[in-house]
Write a protein that binds this ligand. Sequence first.
Ligand code: DAH
Length: 331
Amino acid sequence: MQEIKAKIEAATSLDEIEKIRLELFGKKGVITELFAQLKSVSAEQKKEFAKEANQKRDIFSELIGAKKSALEAIAQKEAMKKEAIDVTLFNENVASGALHPVMETMDKIIDYFVSQNFSVESGPLIEDDFHNFEALNLPKYHPARDMQDTFYLNSGELLRTHTSGVQIRTMEKFKTPPVRMIAPGAVFRRDMDLTHTPMFHQVEGLVVEKGANVSFANLKYILEDFLHYMFGDVKVRFRPSFFPFTEPSTEVDISCIFCGGSGCRVCKQTGWLEVLGSGVVDPNVFKAVKWSDVSGYAFGLGVERFAMLLHRIPDLRSLFEGDIRLLEQFK
Ligand code: DAH
Protein backbone atom coordinates (compact mmCIF):
# COMPACT_ATOMS: atom_id res chain seq x y z
CA MET A 1 0.00 0.00 0.00
CA GLN A 2 2.89 2.36 0.73
CA GLU A 3 4.08 1.70 -2.74
CA ILE A 4 0.78 2.84 -4.24
CA LYS A 5 0.84 5.99 -2.14
CA ALA A 6 4.31 6.81 -3.51
CA LYS A 7 3.07 6.12 -7.04
CA ILE A 8 0.20 8.56 -6.61
CA GLU A 9 2.53 11.22 -5.31
CA ALA A 10 4.95 10.73 -8.17
CA ALA A 11 2.28 10.82 -10.88
CA THR A 12 2.75 13.64 -13.38
CA SER A 13 -0.24 13.20 -15.66
CA LEU A 14 -3.96 12.62 -15.48
CA ASP A 15 -3.49 9.44 -17.51
CA GLU A 16 -1.16 8.02 -14.88
CA ILE A 17 -3.62 8.86 -12.14
CA GLU A 18 -6.42 7.17 -14.04
CA LYS A 19 -4.28 4.05 -14.36
CA ILE A 20 -3.61 4.02 -10.61
CA ARG A 21 -7.29 4.60 -9.91
CA LEU A 22 -8.09 1.47 -11.97
CA GLU A 23 -5.38 -0.50 -10.14
CA LEU A 24 -7.23 0.33 -6.92
CA PHE A 25 -10.88 0.58 -7.82
CA GLY A 26 -11.13 -1.21 -11.19
CA LYS A 27 -12.78 -4.67 -11.56
CA LYS A 28 -9.57 -6.34 -10.41
CA GLY A 29 -8.45 -3.41 -8.32
CA VAL A 30 -6.72 -3.87 -4.96
CA ILE A 31 -9.53 -2.19 -3.01
CA THR A 32 -12.23 -3.94 -5.04
CA GLU A 33 -10.57 -7.27 -4.19
CA LEU A 34 -10.47 -6.34 -0.52
CA PHE A 35 -14.22 -5.94 -0.50
CA ALA A 36 -14.57 -9.20 -2.41
CA GLN A 37 -12.52 -10.96 0.26
CA LEU A 38 -14.93 -9.71 2.92
CA LYS A 39 -17.26 -12.64 2.11
CA SER A 40 -14.68 -15.22 3.08
CA VAL A 41 -13.51 -13.52 6.26
CA SER A 42 -14.61 -15.20 9.52
CA ALA A 43 -17.47 -13.66 11.43
CA GLU A 44 -15.34 -12.35 14.33
CA GLN A 45 -12.80 -10.72 11.97
CA LYS A 46 -15.42 -9.29 9.63
CA LYS A 47 -16.01 -6.08 11.50
CA GLU A 48 -12.33 -5.20 11.81
CA PHE A 49 -11.63 -6.22 8.21
CA ALA A 50 -14.50 -4.11 6.87
CA LYS A 51 -13.38 -1.12 8.90
CA GLU A 52 -9.88 -1.34 7.47
CA ALA A 53 -11.17 -1.82 3.95
CA ASN A 54 -13.37 1.24 4.27
CA GLN A 55 -10.49 3.27 5.64
CA LYS A 56 -8.24 2.26 2.80
CA ARG A 57 -10.94 3.06 0.24
CA ASP A 58 -11.45 6.51 1.79
CA ILE A 59 -7.76 7.31 2.07
CA PHE A 60 -6.99 6.30 -1.48
CA SER A 61 -9.96 7.94 -3.10
CA GLU A 62 -9.03 11.13 -1.28
CA LEU A 63 -5.38 10.89 -2.35
CA ILE A 64 -6.37 10.23 -5.93
CA GLY A 65 -8.96 13.03 -5.91
CA ALA A 66 -6.45 15.54 -4.51
CA LYS A 67 -3.74 14.60 -6.97
CA LYS A 68 -6.24 14.72 -9.81
CA SER A 69 -7.34 18.27 -9.02
CA ALA A 70 -3.72 19.37 -8.60
CA LEU A 71 -2.82 17.96 -12.01
CA GLU A 72 -5.94 19.46 -13.58
CA ALA A 73 -5.01 22.90 -12.23
CA ILE A 74 -1.53 22.58 -13.71
CA ALA A 75 -2.95 21.44 -17.06
CA GLN A 76 -5.34 24.39 -17.14
CA LYS A 77 -2.58 26.84 -16.37
CA GLU A 78 -0.50 25.43 -19.16
CA ALA A 79 -3.39 25.60 -21.63
CA MET A 80 -3.97 29.24 -20.71
CA LYS A 81 -0.32 30.02 -21.16
CA LYS A 82 -0.42 28.44 -24.60
CA GLU A 83 -3.52 30.39 -25.69
CA ALA A 84 -2.47 33.74 -24.23
CA ILE A 85 -1.94 36.70 -26.58
CA ASP A 86 0.44 39.50 -25.79
CA VAL A 87 -1.79 42.56 -26.01
CA THR A 88 1.20 44.83 -25.63
CA LEU A 89 2.72 43.53 -28.82
CA PHE A 90 3.02 46.35 -31.37
CA ASN A 91 1.30 45.63 -34.69
CA GLU A 92 2.81 47.61 -37.50
CA ASN A 93 0.14 46.67 -40.03
CA VAL A 94 -2.77 48.62 -38.56
CA ALA A 95 -3.94 51.27 -41.02
CA SER A 96 -4.35 54.60 -39.28
CA GLY A 97 -6.89 57.15 -40.45
CA ALA A 98 -6.39 60.80 -41.24
CA LEU A 99 -8.58 63.86 -41.18
CA HIS A 100 -9.63 65.08 -44.59
CA PRO A 101 -7.51 68.16 -45.41
CA VAL A 102 -10.65 70.30 -45.63
CA MET A 103 -11.77 69.27 -42.13
CA GLU A 104 -8.25 69.65 -40.77
CA THR A 105 -8.07 73.17 -42.19
CA MET A 106 -11.54 73.96 -40.86
CA ASP A 107 -10.47 72.80 -37.39
CA LYS A 108 -7.41 75.03 -37.53
CA ILE A 109 -9.55 78.03 -38.50
CA ILE A 110 -12.08 77.27 -35.74
CA ASP A 111 -9.26 76.89 -33.19
CA TYR A 112 -8.04 80.39 -33.95
CA PHE A 113 -11.41 82.08 -33.57
CA VAL A 114 -12.36 80.10 -30.47
CA SER A 115 -9.09 81.31 -28.94
CA GLN A 116 -10.33 84.85 -29.68
CA ASN A 117 -13.62 84.22 -27.84
CA PHE A 118 -15.83 83.66 -30.89
CA SER A 119 -18.77 81.27 -30.46
CA VAL A 120 -19.35 78.62 -33.11
CA GLU A 121 -22.83 78.81 -34.66
CA SER A 122 -24.62 76.86 -37.37
CA GLY A 123 -27.58 77.16 -39.70
CA PRO A 124 -29.58 74.88 -42.02
CA LEU A 125 -28.14 73.73 -45.34
CA ILE A 126 -31.58 74.18 -46.92
CA GLU A 127 -32.16 77.87 -46.43
CA ASP A 128 -34.99 80.26 -47.23
CA ASP A 129 -34.72 83.26 -49.50
CA PHE A 130 -34.94 85.70 -46.59
CA HIS A 131 -31.88 84.39 -44.71
CA ASN A 132 -29.76 83.58 -47.74
CA PHE A 133 -30.44 86.77 -49.71
CA GLU A 134 -33.13 89.24 -48.67
CA ALA A 135 -31.91 90.03 -45.13
CA LEU A 136 -28.36 90.32 -46.43
CA ASN A 137 -29.35 93.28 -48.59
CA LEU A 138 -29.70 91.11 -51.69
CA PRO A 139 -33.24 91.89 -52.83
CA LYS A 140 -35.00 89.85 -55.54
CA TYR A 141 -33.73 90.65 -59.03
CA HIS A 142 -30.59 92.30 -57.61
CA PRO A 143 -27.76 91.50 -60.03
CA ALA A 144 -25.45 90.58 -57.13
CA ARG A 145 -27.48 87.37 -56.75
CA ASP A 146 -26.02 86.25 -60.07
CA MET A 147 -22.58 85.92 -58.46
CA GLN A 148 -23.90 82.83 -56.69
CA ASP A 149 -25.41 80.39 -59.22
CA THR A 150 -27.95 78.63 -57.12
CA PHE A 151 -29.71 75.28 -56.57
CA TYR A 152 -33.40 75.96 -55.92
CA LEU A 153 -35.95 73.55 -54.49
CA ASN A 154 -39.55 73.43 -55.71
CA SER A 155 -40.59 74.80 -52.32
CA GLY A 156 -38.82 78.07 -53.14
CA GLU A 157 -36.11 77.25 -50.63
CA LEU A 158 -32.55 76.72 -51.80
CA LEU A 159 -29.29 75.04 -50.89
CA ARG A 160 -27.53 77.88 -49.13
CA THR A 161 -25.01 79.59 -51.38
CA HIS A 162 -22.93 80.96 -48.51
CA THR A 163 -22.75 80.87 -44.73
CA SER A 164 -23.67 84.55 -44.48
CA GLY A 165 -27.27 83.61 -43.66
CA VAL A 166 -26.05 82.34 -40.29
CA GLN A 167 -25.23 85.98 -39.47
CA ILE A 168 -28.96 86.69 -39.65
CA ARG A 169 -29.96 83.52 -37.80
CA THR A 170 -27.49 84.23 -35.01
CA MET A 171 -28.72 87.79 -34.49
CA GLU A 172 -32.29 86.46 -34.41
CA LYS A 173 -31.24 83.86 -31.86
CA PHE A 174 -29.21 86.24 -29.64
CA LYS A 175 -31.88 89.00 -29.85
CA THR A 176 -29.39 91.63 -28.60
CA PRO A 177 -25.69 92.35 -29.05
CA PRO A 178 -22.94 91.47 -28.39
CA VAL A 179 -22.39 88.87 -31.09
CA ARG A 180 -18.97 87.38 -31.66
CA MET A 181 -19.42 84.31 -33.77
CA ILE A 182 -18.13 82.15 -36.58
CA ALA A 183 -20.25 79.77 -38.66
CA PRO A 184 -18.39 76.95 -40.43
CA GLY A 185 -20.21 74.70 -42.88
CA ALA A 186 -21.01 73.44 -46.36
CA VAL A 187 -22.42 75.70 -49.08
CA PHE A 188 -23.63 74.94 -52.62
CA ARG A 189 -23.30 76.61 -56.01
CA ARG A 190 -23.85 75.50 -59.60
CA ASP A 191 -20.11 75.61 -60.38
CA MET A 192 -17.52 73.06 -61.49
CA ASP A 193 -13.98 73.69 -62.69
CA LEU A 194 -10.36 73.55 -61.48
CA THR A 195 -11.09 75.85 -58.54
CA HIS A 196 -14.84 75.34 -58.00
CA THR A 197 -16.99 72.40 -56.88
CA PRO A 198 -20.80 72.40 -56.45
CA MET A 199 -20.32 71.85 -52.71
CA PHE A 200 -17.62 73.53 -50.70
CA HIS A 201 -17.09 74.91 -47.22
CA GLN A 202 -17.01 78.38 -45.77
CA VAL A 203 -16.37 79.95 -42.44
CA GLU A 204 -18.41 83.06 -41.78
CA GLY A 205 -17.60 85.59 -39.07
CA LEU A 206 -19.67 88.31 -37.44
CA VAL A 207 -18.95 90.70 -34.59
CA VAL A 208 -21.63 93.12 -33.39
CA GLU A 209 -21.62 95.46 -30.43
CA LYS A 210 -23.89 98.17 -29.10
CA GLY A 211 -23.13 101.74 -30.20
CA ALA A 212 -20.37 102.66 -32.60
CA ASN A 213 -17.64 100.63 -30.91
CA VAL A 214 -16.81 98.25 -33.75
CA SER A 215 -14.83 99.69 -36.63
CA PHE A 216 -12.88 98.69 -39.69
CA ALA A 217 -9.74 98.89 -37.52
CA ASN A 218 -10.99 95.97 -35.38
CA LEU A 219 -11.70 93.95 -38.52
CA LYS A 220 -8.26 94.73 -39.91
CA TYR A 221 -6.52 93.68 -36.70
CA ILE A 222 -8.25 90.33 -36.30
CA LEU A 223 -7.91 89.31 -39.95
CA GLU A 224 -4.22 90.19 -40.07
CA ASP A 225 -3.60 88.24 -36.89
CA PHE A 226 -5.65 85.32 -38.21
CA LEU A 227 -3.85 85.19 -41.57
CA HIS A 228 -0.46 85.24 -39.87
CA TYR A 229 -1.65 82.36 -37.68
CA MET A 230 -2.69 80.40 -40.79
CA PHE A 231 0.09 81.24 -43.25
CA GLY A 232 2.97 82.48 -41.13
CA ASP A 233 5.02 85.45 -42.18
CA VAL A 234 2.97 86.81 -45.11
CA LYS A 235 2.03 90.34 -46.13
CA VAL A 236 -1.67 91.17 -45.85
CA ARG A 237 -3.45 93.59 -48.17
CA PHE A 238 -6.98 95.01 -47.95
CA ARG A 239 -8.43 95.81 -51.36
CA PRO A 240 -11.68 97.77 -51.89
CA SER A 241 -14.50 95.54 -53.15
CA PHE A 242 -18.25 95.12 -53.08
CA PHE A 243 -20.53 92.88 -51.06
CA PRO A 244 -24.19 93.80 -50.58
CA PHE A 245 -24.05 93.05 -46.84
CA THR A 246 -21.01 95.18 -45.99
CA GLU A 247 -20.14 98.82 -46.50
CA PRO A 248 -17.29 99.49 -46.94
CA SER A 249 -16.36 96.07 -48.32
CA THR A 250 -12.92 94.69 -48.81
CA GLU A 251 -11.26 91.66 -50.25
CA VAL A 252 -8.19 90.50 -48.38
CA ASP A 253 -5.06 89.22 -50.10
CA ILE A 254 -1.89 87.64 -48.78
CA SER A 255 1.46 87.84 -50.49
CA CYS A 256 1.83 84.75 -52.68
CA ILE A 257 3.11 81.85 -50.59
CA PHE A 258 4.46 80.11 -53.69
CA CYS A 259 6.74 82.84 -55.05
CA GLY A 260 7.00 85.11 -52.01
CA GLY A 261 5.42 87.97 -53.95
CA SER A 262 7.66 88.13 -57.00
CA GLY A 263 4.97 86.77 -59.34
CA CYS A 264 4.24 83.24 -60.54
CA ARG A 265 1.63 81.15 -62.31
CA VAL A 266 -0.45 80.56 -59.15
CA CYS A 267 -0.80 84.27 -58.32
CA LYS A 268 -1.12 85.09 -62.03
CA GLN A 269 2.07 87.18 -61.80
CA THR A 270 0.44 89.61 -59.33
CA GLY A 271 2.36 88.48 -56.24
CA TRP A 272 -0.93 88.34 -54.31
CA LEU A 273 -3.50 85.66 -53.47
CA GLU A 274 -7.08 86.58 -52.61
CA VAL A 275 -8.16 84.70 -49.48
CA LEU A 276 -11.32 86.26 -48.06
CA GLY A 277 -14.10 88.82 -48.22
CA SER A 278 -15.08 91.15 -45.42
CA GLY A 279 -16.32 94.55 -44.42
CA VAL A 280 -18.24 96.70 -42.00
CA VAL A 281 -21.81 95.42 -41.65
CA ASP A 282 -24.22 97.31 -43.90
CA PRO A 283 -26.99 99.15 -41.94
CA ASN A 284 -29.58 97.38 -44.12
CA VAL A 285 -28.54 94.04 -42.58
CA PHE A 286 -29.23 95.36 -39.09
CA LYS A 287 -32.54 96.78 -40.35
CA ALA A 288 -33.56 93.29 -41.50
CA VAL A 289 -33.28 91.97 -37.94
CA LYS A 290 -34.60 95.24 -36.45
CA TRP A 291 -31.42 96.09 -34.56
CA SER A 292 -30.46 99.74 -34.15
CA ASP A 293 -27.63 101.66 -32.51
CA VAL A 294 -25.20 98.82 -33.23
CA SER A 295 -22.02 98.41 -35.24
CA GLY A 296 -20.18 95.39 -36.54
CA TYR A 297 -17.89 93.72 -39.00
CA ALA A 298 -18.22 90.49 -40.97
CA PHE A 299 -16.04 88.24 -43.03
CA GLY A 300 -16.30 85.03 -45.04
CA LEU A 301 -13.75 82.62 -46.41
CA GLY A 302 -13.59 79.44 -48.44
CA VAL A 303 -12.05 76.55 -46.54
CA GLU A 304 -11.05 74.56 -49.65
CA ARG A 305 -9.08 77.55 -50.90
CA PHE A 306 -7.20 77.69 -47.61
CA ALA A 307 -6.56 73.92 -47.72
CA MET A 308 -5.30 74.17 -51.30
CA LEU A 309 -2.88 76.92 -50.39
CA LEU A 310 -1.70 75.25 -47.17
CA HIS A 311 -1.13 71.88 -48.85
CA ARG A 312 -0.34 73.14 -52.36
CA ILE A 313 -3.14 71.14 -53.96
CA PRO A 314 -3.38 72.06 -57.66
CA ASP A 315 -6.93 70.79 -58.43
CA LEU A 316 -9.74 71.50 -55.97
CA ARG A 317 -11.80 68.62 -57.31
CA SER A 318 -9.26 66.06 -56.08
CA LEU A 319 -10.44 66.89 -52.55
CA PHE A 320 -13.81 65.30 -53.33
CA GLU A 321 -12.88 62.33 -55.52
CA GLY A 322 -12.68 59.98 -52.53
CA ASP A 323 -9.30 58.62 -53.63
CA ILE A 324 -7.80 57.08 -50.50
CA ARG A 325 -4.28 57.91 -51.73
CA LEU A 326 -5.00 61.59 -51.21
CA LEU A 327 -5.88 61.00 -47.56
CA GLU A 328 -2.94 58.68 -47.00
CA GLN A 329 -0.61 61.59 -47.59
CA PHE A 330 -1.98 63.27 -44.47
CA LYS A 331 -1.45 60.41 -42.00
N1 DAH B 1 -20.71 85.50 -48.53
C1 DAH B 1 -19.59 85.90 -49.36
C2 DAH B 1 -19.42 84.88 -50.47
O1 DAH B 1 -19.86 83.78 -50.33
C3 DAH B 1 -18.32 85.98 -48.55
C4 DAH B 1 -18.36 87.14 -47.63
C5 DAH B 1 -17.87 88.36 -48.05
C6 DAH B 1 -18.88 87.02 -46.35
C7 DAH B 1 -17.88 89.46 -47.21
C8 DAH B 1 -18.90 88.13 -45.51
C9 DAH B 1 -18.39 89.35 -45.95
O2 DAH B 1 -19.40 88.07 -44.26
O3 DAH B 1 -18.41 90.42 -45.11
O4 DAH B 1 -18.84 85.18 -51.46
